[in-house]
Each structure stands twice: as structure tokens, then as C-alpha cells.
Design a protein around this ligand. Structure first.
Ligand SMILES: [Zn+2]
Length: 398
């Protein structure tokens, strides 16, 4: 048995958890080894841990790498030839004359502001212009991205590549990956970790006006931080939730065509990224036999109790949070309570599943005062929605 320390960010200072937890390493995904802490959660940081032991699944979240405070994102262009073997572009004729410096100027300030805002200053990406990869007929988006990574600066931590061609219907608009960033120590350059994001040309079509669509780039940057999707359609794998950056990132634009940014993100992702301290979580353990009644502050806010967790088993929890119809979430018709089933067993396509419960897609019909939801043997009742939300949780068989 060796020792490991997990750290959580608590109000701007780093709290180090007790270093004598037993732990084991599992492969959450091929590129990620997660440290699983077991045993008690009594921490060494006064005020930095909740009074109730964290469910094992949550300990796993807080023990892997938090988002960095800064990121250096280098913007490259993949110039797709008129004839290309990559089926992603098919025989679509449009080619945009994209310049790395111009694209960087179009996205830098606003995308940086988006992340600084949703993280309350904890994550601040900056952007710089790379160059253009002139693709040959046999090149693909992947080979272009690889070439950009190889040529990126040693101080660059993420490469973002934008293609000059659109993608054929039915294909993904882009992708993002953390590469080996979770395991890097001294050398976290993108050229080493292969941490990268890629998008097609659609969001830069001049028809959108001076400001391109930014929600997909924001979504892919979320993947470079290790975030999984939420709100997946079990039938076709599409992303249907309008509640989360990591689902249908275009949801705000369905409400208002002028919108360019993605929604904010879920409390469980904020916990994963180190943007929400464990001390601000209400934990309801699986063997609780009394009613639990608590107030939740908006999960996208800066402080207060912002997440409630019901422990189901070693891998599954139910998350309860109060989402306010403000800021990047002002496309919601009203504020209310969102409930998700979180399952961190790695699947074929996802690091963990995060499925909204209750209302159907796009899941914007949040629970209101008087609403009740019975899931996984638990009854969740919303008693009040105002500046905070008052929620009661009871085992459903009582
Ligand atoms: Zn995605």
C-alpha cells in the first residue's frame, strides 16, 4: 500500500486530504488512470470536507486532476483540398478562406470570457495563432490535427484545429480529447500529451455574421478537460439536454438566434473540474432512513450548498441541483431543480453517463415548488423555489 493525496480547491486555497487512504488504480479509460480512494473521508483540512463521508464515486471525481487555472490554446487551420479522401468532408464544395490569426481574433476574448465566467475565475484559457496545414488529397482531419500538434509551441497546452470544409450531414461537428494530460507532470505541452480539439468549418460560415458560433468550440474544450457528455439519446447517441455545455451546446441559440455561447455546466462537472468544493455538497448516504431537508443555492453561483448527492452504490449517484435561469442559462423558461443519474462505470463511448431524470428532452422543464420525482427508490420533493430551492429527500418505501 502506498499513499496518495487528493487536493480540492476550497475558496481559493488548496486543501490537502489525508494521505493515508487506501487506494487502488483503475483504468477509467485508456488514457486515464484514476485513483480510487477508499476508507474514511475524514480530511486533514478543517472546514474543507463535508461531515458525511463522500460516496466512493465522488471521491473518485475529486481525486483526479482538476482543471488547470490557465491554458494556452493554439489555433491552427486545416486547409482541406477540393478533392479529399476523408469521408468526413465527402464532396461538399464549400471551402472557407480561414486565417489562423483572424480566427484567433474572432474566438479568443469571448471564449476566454465564457470559461472565466462559468468557473468564477478558476479556469482562464488564452488563445494564440498557430499556422495553416495544407492538407493533401489523402490527408484526414486526424492527420492534420497530428501535424498541428507536432508543430505546436512547447508552451502550448491545447491545440485547436479548424477545418476550411464543412462536415457531411450526420457526422460529428468536431471532437476534443485530454490525451495523456491527466498523467503529465513536468511536460504538459500539447505536442507531448496530444491534448487537442477539432471543429469543421460550419461555425465560421460568414452567414453567421462577425461572431462565429462558439458553443461547439467551448464544448470541445470541455472534452480536453476530461468532461463526458450528458443527456445522451440511448437510441442514436445524440445529445439532447439543453442544461449542459456537454450536451446540446446549441440549446441557447434555439431560444435566440443571436446567442453564440453554450449553456453553463452541471454541478457534477464543476465538482470534477475543481470548481465546486466538497464542503458545498449535501451528501445523503444510501442507508439514510430519515427525511433530509435542505436548501440549495444556484449550482452555477459562486458559493453556498450547490449540489446534493444521493449515494446509490459504488458507481452510481443521483445529483440534485438548483439551476437558475440567468447568465449562460437564461434560455431556461424558469429556474428550477434538475436531477441527474450519474454512473461512472466507463462504457463503450462515454467516460461516465450523466442522464437527466424527470422531464423528457430537452429537459428544460425543471422541477418547481410542489413537484415530486420518484427515482431509484428515492422520493425527491421540491418545497420552494426562490433565491434558493428547498428540497426534501426520502426513501420511497417509507
Ligand atoms: Zn462532445
Amino acid at each position: 500500500m502506498s499513499t496518495i493525496s487528493a487536493v480540492v480547491l476550497r475558496e481559493g486555497r488548496w486543501c490537502r486530504w489525508s494521505a493515508d487512504h487506501r487506494h487502488r488504480t483503475i483504468a477509467k479509460a485508456p488514457w486515464l488512470a484514476a485513483i480510487v480512494l477508499t476508507g474514511t473521508s475524514a480530511g486533514a483540512c478543517a472546514g474543507g470536507v463535508p461531515s458525511t463521508a463522500l460516496p466512493v464515486a465522488l471521491e473518485r471525481f475529486v481525486s483526479d486532476r482538476a482543471a488547470p487555472s490557465i491554458d494556452s490554446i493554439e489555433v491552427w487551420i486545416c486547409d482541406v483540398p477540393d478533392v479529399t479522401a476523408d469521408p468526413l468532408y465527402g464532396d461538399l464544395p464549400l471551402r472557407l478562406a480561414l486565417d489562423p490569426a483572424v480566427v484567433t481574433g474572432q474566438i479568443a476574448d469571448r471564449t476566454s470570457d465564457y470559461f472565466s465566467t462559468i468557473s468564477h475565475g478558476l479556469y482562464n484559457p488564452s488563445f494564440s495563432a498557430g499556422a495553416t496545414i495544407e492538407m493533401s488529397e489523402g490527408d484526414t482531419a486526424e492527420t492534420c490535427l497530428d501535424a498541428a500538434l507536432d508543430r505546436s509551441s512547447t508552451t502550448t497546452t491545447v491545440v485547436l484545429a479548424v477545418a476550411t470544409a464543412e462536415h457531411v450531414a450526420g457526422t460529428s461537428g468536431g471532437w476534443g480529447r485530454p490525451g495523456s494530460w491527466f498523467d503529465c507532470s513536468t511536460d504538459c505541452a500539447a505536442r507531448t500529451t496530444r491534448r487537442a480539439a477539432y471543429v469543421g468549418a460550419s461555425d465560421f460560415n460568414p452567414d453567421w455574421g462577425a461572431v462565429p458560433l462558439l458553443d461547439l468550440i467551448e464544448h470541445e474544450i470541455g472534452h480536453t478537460l476530461g468532461l463526458p457528455h450528458s443527456g445522451i439519446d440511448p437510441d442514436d447517441g445524440s445529445y439532447l439536454s439543453g442544461l449542459d455545455l456537454m450536451s446540446n451546446s446549441a440549446a441557447p441559440r434555439h431560444h435566440d438566434q443571436a446567442r453564440r455561447d453554450a449553456p453553463d455546466t452541471l454541478a457534477i462537472n464543476r465538482l470534477d473540474l475543481g470548481w465546486l468544493p466538497v464542503a458545498d455538497i449535501e451528501v445523503i448516504s444510501g442507508d439514510t432512513d430519515t427525511d433530509t431537508d435542505f436548501a440549495l443555492s444556484p449550482s452555477t453561483g459562486v458559493d453556498g450548498r450547490r449540489l446534493a448527492i444521493i449515494e446509490l452504490d459504488a458507481h452510481r449517484v443521483i445529483s440534485i441541483e438548483f439551476l437558475a435561469a440567468t447568465g449562460f442559462d437564461d434560455h431556461f423558461e424558469h429556474s428550477g431543480v434538475a436531477v441527474h443519474l450519474i454512473d461512472d462505470r466507463p462504457g463503450d463511448r462515454e467516460l461516465r453517463l450523466q442522464q437527466p431524470l424527470g422531464a423528457g428532452p430537452p429537459h428544460l422543464d425543471l422541477l418547481q415548488a410542489g413537484d415530486e420525482l420518484e427515482v431509484e427508490g428515492w422520493r425527491i420533493r421540491v418545497n420552494d423555489v426562490g433565491a434558493t430551492a428547498r428540497v426534501a429527500v426520502t426513501a420511497a418505501d417509507r
